[in-house]
Design a protein around this ligand. Structure first.
Ligand code: GCU
Length: 692
């Protein structure tokens, strides 16, 4: 698809309006001297061509040597490759930068006004280039640059839940999968444009297929119909396809990973077992790794969903997760590959919240060095709000990864606007042990082999994410994975300005809208006191998770005639006690438990009085309807942008807001009716629709 037919997201590179700024940009960037060689440098030059042409109104002149006749120029390369760079920077400091780190500096070199972009690795040059272009797209000065950045988290990965067959995407709300496995290894322009989006925010890894590598109730059916199942990508005849994708992403410094099926030795290899403790199984994985690395030398590794929702795992063989992860890790180790082993497992507990800590904490320190245990932010499943998983901070001798959901599975599925960055910030800033030697969640992923995994990538929709405003979640995920210290407001401001331009009214309005979306969604879809799983499930693989369906999940929210909430405390299933003492005590007492999580930890009478004098049930009604009012207010705010934002995007978002308001009302009514049915307590404001 030619570039014009789909959206550039935040890489629009609109022309610089300010004359003085433009003049200075032209002096330093209209001529570009960039090194050649590695594939990443091709990406650098392409991006500069595109970006500078957009910003400056004319293509830059690209040189193979310093342009002696120009007043100034932009130099991009490592100190070892370019004299101008070596002359202008502290070479030792640059060479000491972590992989991906970069240095930008404005210098005068032999009478010319230059900007130097340098790094210790080619990948760093890609990030440095995107940083400079972002800086210019935001209209910032470049006459006095002296910037050094390194990624805080070594691994910054997106997890696609894309199925090769029929190119469907599990929990994807932006059309079909962008990956066309039928035609791979042939490449599409869209792969490169996607890689640009990812690299521009610092992503360095991509898992290209769904963690559900087999669809349980279709087992055998896909293959019989000639369709490709995810697990089959590991078959020799399909591995060549991976080489195509890997070459496109490599150009942008991004490593490619595969989700694999734990039963692959049987399914792919024809063995009679996949027991991780069986020597033949270990040999099979090792041989498979040899084969993969022969084709893709910089292959990232395997992501595994085991013993969870119909996927096989070590439990099938009387083994545990350490055995399971380590057999794969040993196979990948000679190549520097990594196993991302998901902690989203099921087991004997009736309440899933209790499961992960119980399963994984006892295994701390037993995982191989090249295993990362990938843990969802909360103990349940990407709900609009959850407590932070107790696994964080309590497995000090295991490489952990934080799994966040970029896609809006439970937050309105990109029909509703819901900006996830404030939620992620709350998670990252959470102190895992306030009274002890605990660290904030964001401090846990700085070691090699730890990092962030964001679930859900773009699809074929021209705007990539289904809802234009959902682009901000992809942007924000990447920026936070690079630097979790960034403030929400900073990320939002960057995204809005690059995406919609710098008109102050637009920036202010879009910023306010984004920041208020998450609280609105929490309000109408949960009632704001920590309830969750209030949604309709759907059937088998046609899962819904969009409409309200509170009656479906009594086990999660614990509604009875007496009250609502779940005793995940010392009187109940003891979940609160999985946290270090200070947190356990805080959560265990309804008086000190944060109100927004109160009913997650406590079953309370409907008319239990909260500190502001309102009852639990009245607060639930109020929060649900406040969420609807908020959605209405956001819609009105967006409407004021008519004529200030291009018609296409304005209309698109306006229509989505109409739908969001409608659905928010349905949610609030459905939940309130449900609360009323159980409690028989009328709403003070008379808003709850009652059966005659
Ligand atoms: C959720 C989601 C599934 C997904 C699973 C997972 O349950 O609804 O579609 O497969 O999480 O994270 O593995």
């Amino acid at each position: 698809m030619p570039i014009e037919e789909y959206d550039d997201c935040w890489l629009r590179y609109d022309a610089v309006a300010d004359e003085d700024r433009l003049a200075s940009y032209r002096t330093r960037c209209a001529n570009v001297y960039a090194s050649t060689g590695a594939p990443e440098l091709g990406a650098v030059r392409d991006e500069l061509r595109r970006g500078i042409e957009g910003l400056l109104g004319r293509e830059p002149h690209l040189w193979q040597h310093p342009p002696r006749s120009a007043d100034g120029f932009l130099a991009v390369g490592t100190p070892g490759e370019m004299e101008v760079v070596a002359d202008s920077v502290d070479v030792d400091a640059v060479e000491a930068l972590d992989d991906g780190g970069f240095h930008l500096r404005s210098v005068e070199w032999e009478g010319a006004d230059c900007v130097v972009v340098t790094a210790s690795t080619d990948r760093g040059l890609v990030y440095g280039t995107f940083h400079l272009l972002r800086h210019m797209a935001l209209g910032r000065p470049i006459d006095d640059l002296d910037v050094s950045e390194e990624p805080t988290n070594a691994e910054r990965i997106v997890n696609h839940w894309d199925n090769p067959f029929r190119r469907s995407v599990e929990r994807g709300y932006a059309g079909q999968s962008i990956f066309d496995w039928e035609r791979l290894p042939d490449l599409r322009e869209r792969y490169f444009d996607y890689a640009r989006l990812l690299a521009s925010v610092g992503i360095n890894g991509i898992v290209v297929n769904n963690v559900n590598t087999q669809i349980p109730d279709r087992e055998g059916a896909n293959e019989a119909m000639g369709e490709l199942a995810g697990w089959q990508l590991l078959e020799s005849r399909h591995l060549e396809k991976l080489t195509g994708l890997a070459s496109a992403f490599r150009r942008y410094g991004i490593r490619t990973y595969l989700s694999v099926n734990f039963g692959a030795p049987e399914k792919v290899g024809g063995l009679d077992t996949s027991d991780p403790n069986d020597e033949r199984v270990a040999e099979w994985w090792a041989a498979k790794a040899d084969e993969v690395y022969d084709l893709v030398p910089d292959f990232g590794g395997f992501l595994v969903k085991a013993d969870s929702e119909g996927q096989p795992g070590p439990y099938n063989y009387d083994a545990d997760h350490v055995d399971g992860a380590n057999v794969l890790a040993r196979a990948l180790e000679p190549y520097g590959g990594r196993v991302w082993w998901r902690a989203f497992v099921y087991g004997s507990h009736e309440d899933r919240a209790v499961q992960q800590y119980d399963t994984f904490e006892p295994l701390d320190s037993e995982f191989h060095d090249n295993v990362t245990v990938q843990v969802k932010n909360g103990p349940i499943d990407f709900q609009p709000r959850e407590p932070v998983s107790p696994v964080f901070g309590q497995m000090p001798d295991t490489g952990l990864g934080l799994e966040l959901q970029i896609t809006g599975e439970y937050t309105g599925q990109h029909v509703h606007a819901c900006y996830h960055v404030p939620m992620w910030k709350e998670v990252l800033e959470f102190d895992t042990d306030p009274d002890g030697h605990g660290r904030k969640v964001k401090e846990l992923f700085t070691e090699e082999g730890t990092g962030l995994a964001g679930v859900g990538g773009p699809g074929e929709d021209p705007n990539w994410t289904g809802h234009y405003l959902a682009q901000a979640n992809l942007y924000g995920y990447g920026r936070l994975a690079w630097d979790p210290d960034l403030e929400t407001a900073t990320i939002t401001d960057e995204w809005v300005r690059q995406t919609f331009g710098g008109d102050p009214a637009v920036v202010e309005t879009v910023t306010d809208i984004l920041h208020d979306t998450w609280p609105a969604v929490i309000g109408y879809s949960t009632g704001g006191l920590g309830l969750m799983h209030m949604m309709y499930n759907g059937s088998a693989r046609l899962e819904n998770h969009y409409d309200p369906g509170p009656e479906e999940w009594p086990g999660y929210h614990g509604a009875t005639e007496d009250g609502i909430g779940k005793d995940r405390n010392s009187n109940g299933n003891g979940y609160a006690q999985q946290y270090p003492d200070a947190l356990a005590e805080m959560y265990d007492d309804p008086e000190t438990c944060p109100r927004e999580l109160l009913l997650f930890f406590h079953h309370l009478p409907w008319e239990h009085e909260l500190d502001d004098g309102r009852t639990v049930v009245q607060t639930l009604y109020d929060n649900c309807y406040a969420g609807v009012e908020e959605a209405e207010r956001l819609r009105e705010r967006w409407r004021t942008l008519e004529g200030k934002v291009d018609d296409e995007r304005h209309r698109h978002v306006a229509e989505r807001f109409d739908e969001q308001v409608l659905q928010a009302g349905r949610w609030a009514d459905a939940l309130s009716e449900f609360f009323h049915d159980y409690s028989c307590v009328p709403d003070d404001e008379g808003r709850v629709p009652l059966d005659e």
